[in-house]
Design a protein around this ligand. Structure first.
Ligand code: SF4
Length: 328
């Protein structure tokens, strides 16, 4: 079996699809194979990106959405595929359209010129890193200097993040689980907590903390912001996750505590069939305050009462986030 470590000077990114180790699952399948075998990796994706939507998005944290929106690119498929995924239509059902480099670049440049988005925000891009690195380079060669965000699950391989370093400005990773058993039950990966902390450490080493706090600018241009989604019935996991982040990175790490959980489909874990209560949110939020985090973003549960919200896309619609956010 071939090695999964391409080495430091490696730049033949598209060859990474041939023995795929783009994420810690290291399936080592050849995704360039045009037969069905190419889709035997866990993410079920071959070597051609499948895109669910490209559009300005106003549901990200203020330093990303600003006034013109964050230029999101939603990739289909996922290397983690949590059972409760809020984007299950694309992560589980793999909705979307195969798009080559040229098509993606055209959509991106159209979006930038039409909406003047503040950044390019690649959502769950890790299984298509070779294309993402390439497209980022092409955008920069065309003179587009806006920050590039990698919006990630936290379940990333450190050697791939090292390759990503020149092709990204902002990392937006989740830290979903501190409890390995919960990670196993809900995402099939007991190693998620350790893997995610190692990945976030590498991201922080490369980019530091999100710069909008120190620069005083409204729009971020570099750094790391960690997201944590509170799961109904699992506040202990949230409390431990916040404690872990605080112990590992200190009070200055920017953290976004999210209450937007919505039961998009029936779960065998009973509490996941409802939304987060105010009491649960208060318990988690108070813990974050008690720990002493300096830079918190917070979503309050009462803002999440409807299925239709800027935080919960419906990819069966032409405009997944509503007509005010026209997608391509
Ligand atoms: S990116 Fe997909 S095929 Fe590659 S290692 Fe990860 S899950 Fe497997």
């Amino acid at each position: 079996m071939k090695s999964c470590d391409p080495g430091h000077d490696f730049d033949d990114f598209f060859s990474l699809y041939k023995n795929c180790c783009l994420c810690p699952r290291a399936c080592q399948v050849d995704r360039t194979d045009t037969s069905v075998d190419a889709r035997l990796g866990f993410c079920r994706q071959a070597a051609i990106p499948v895109i669910a939507s490209v559009c300005p998005h106003f549901g990200e944290e203020p330093p990303f959405s600003g006034t013109h929106g964050s230029g999101t690119v939603f990739f289909s498929g996922c290397t983690l595929r949590c059972s409760f995924c809020q984007n299950y239509q694309i992560s589980h059902r793999c909705m979307g359209k195969e798009s080559d480099t040229e098509a993606i670049l055209k959509k991106l440049t159209d979006m930038i010129q039409t909406y003047h988005v503040h950044n390019i925000n690649f959502v769950t891009p890790d299984h298509f890193f070779p294309h993402v690195f390439h497209i980022t380079g092409l955008l920069r060669n065309l003179g587009y200097k806006l920050p590039v965000i990698y919006n990630l699950s936290g379940y990333q391989a450190v050697n791939m993040l090292k390759l990503a370093e020149p092709h990204v400005d902002i990392y937006l990773p989740d830290f979903k689980f501190s409890d390995p058993d919960l990670a196993k039950n809900l995402a099939g990966r007991k190693d998620y907590p350790k893997t995610a902390i190692d990945a976030i450490s590498e991201m922080v080493k490369q980019k530091g903390f999100l710069d909008s706090f120190s620069s005083g600018k409204k729009i971020a241009s570099k750094g790391v912001l960690v997201r944590h989604l509170i799961l109904p019935g699992y506040t202990d996991n949230s409390i431990d996750a916040l404690s872990t982040l605080f112990i590992e990175f200190g009070p200055d790490i920017p953290v976004s505590i999210m209450s937007q959980y919505y039961p998009v489909r029936e779960s065998r874990y009973k509490s996941l069939n409802r939304m987060v209560s105010r009491k649960e949110f208060d318990k988690v939020y108070s813990h974050a305050i008690d720990l002493g985090f300096e830079h918190l973003f917070v979503q309050y549960p009462e803002d999440m009462s409807a299925r239709s919200s800027p935080f919960l896309p419906d990819f069966t619609q032409v405009h997944p986030f509503g007509k005010s956010m026209p997608c391509k």
